[in-house]
Design a binder for this molecule. Structure first.
Ligand code: IPE
Ligand code: IPE
Ligand code: MG
Length: 246
């Protein structure tokens, strides 16, 4: 029975979620402005997407900007939104050709309307692609995600579409920004920090955690392979008995 459980785990995760951290420190070590670190971080995003496609990972979620990151001040926020705009304009077609379906999760209402339109256009263009679903978390917070789901469920109860006893975990999951996406199997954080920083709090209930001692701009295909190797060697139990025990 327990062997079966272990055997059931596919060696490639269905969903890899990454907290891309360390751009600022990477730049600081080189005596460069933080923006240079964010630019180099955007290059690492490309390498990470290519690796996910090559290794056959169907879902990849990248934490690019948290709801708390708005507090960094207007200069850094505008540098980051400027970079986002640049990549939307120059990379979306390429992602589309490679079969990537783009989805943006987070409180997008905090971005200006023109940028929101560009995000919607990128989603619409890539909607039917099947090779990789790439979720980019922007202005995202796990607590914010849970709160907006609570509000929508409450509204549906108030409007008479739902009764309180119909509210269960599946229904709630389907109201999160990640609706329709399987929970992450593995959650990665770079830069040597050991925290979740408000990322996918509900969805990561049983994610395997991997912390890498590399600043995000240095992340490459080899690190992605390391993540998959570590994951393949983990025994997932979901509360059941370890497979070695009788
Ligand atoms: C991650 O790198 C990118 C964002 C949070 C936008 P940081 O900018 O947090 O880099 P460090 O942690 O200061 O090195
Ligand atoms: C988390 O990194 C958010 C992103 C990587 C986008 P932070 O650098 O903002 O997290 P803290 O402040 O170190 O927890
Ligand atoms: Mg950081």
């Amino acid at each position: 029975m327990s062997l079966q459980l272990a055997d059931k785990k596919p060696s490639v995760p269905s969903h890899v979620a990454i907290i891309m951290d360390g751009n600022g420190r990477w730049a600081c070590e080189r005596g460069l402005p933080r923006l240079a670190g964010h630019r180099a971080g955007a290059e690492a995003v490309g390498r990470c997407i290519r690796a996910a496609i090559q290794r056959g990972v169907p879902y990849l979620t990248l934490y690019a900007f948290s709801s708390e990151n708005w507090s960094r001040g207007p200069k850094e926020v505008s540098d980051l939104t400027g970079l986002l705009r640049y990549y939307l304009r120059h990379k979306v077609k390429e992602l589309h050709t490679e079969g990537v379906c783009l989805r943006f999760i987070g409180d997008l209402s905090r971005f200006e309307p023109a940028l929101r339109d560009e995000l919607s256009r990128a989603e619409a263009m890539t909607r039917n692609n099947k090779r990789l679903v790439l979720l980019l978390a922007l202005s995202y917070g796990g607590r914010g995600d849970i709160m907006q789901a609570v509000r929508r469920v409450a509204q549906e109860v108030r409007d008479g579409w739902l009764t309180p006893d119909q509210i269960n975990e599946d229904l709630f999951t389907n109201h999160l920004w990640t609706a329709g996406v399987p929970d992450p199997d593995v959650m990665v954080r770079t830069s040597g920090e050991y925290r979740l920083s408000n990322f996918l709090l509900w969805q990561s209930a049983y994610a395997e955690l991997v912390f890498l001692d590399v600043f995000w701009p240095d992340f490459n295909e080899g690190h992605f392979a390391t993540v998959l190797d570590l994951y393949a060697r983990r025994e997932r139990r979901f509360g059941a008995r370890p497979s070695a025990s009788a």
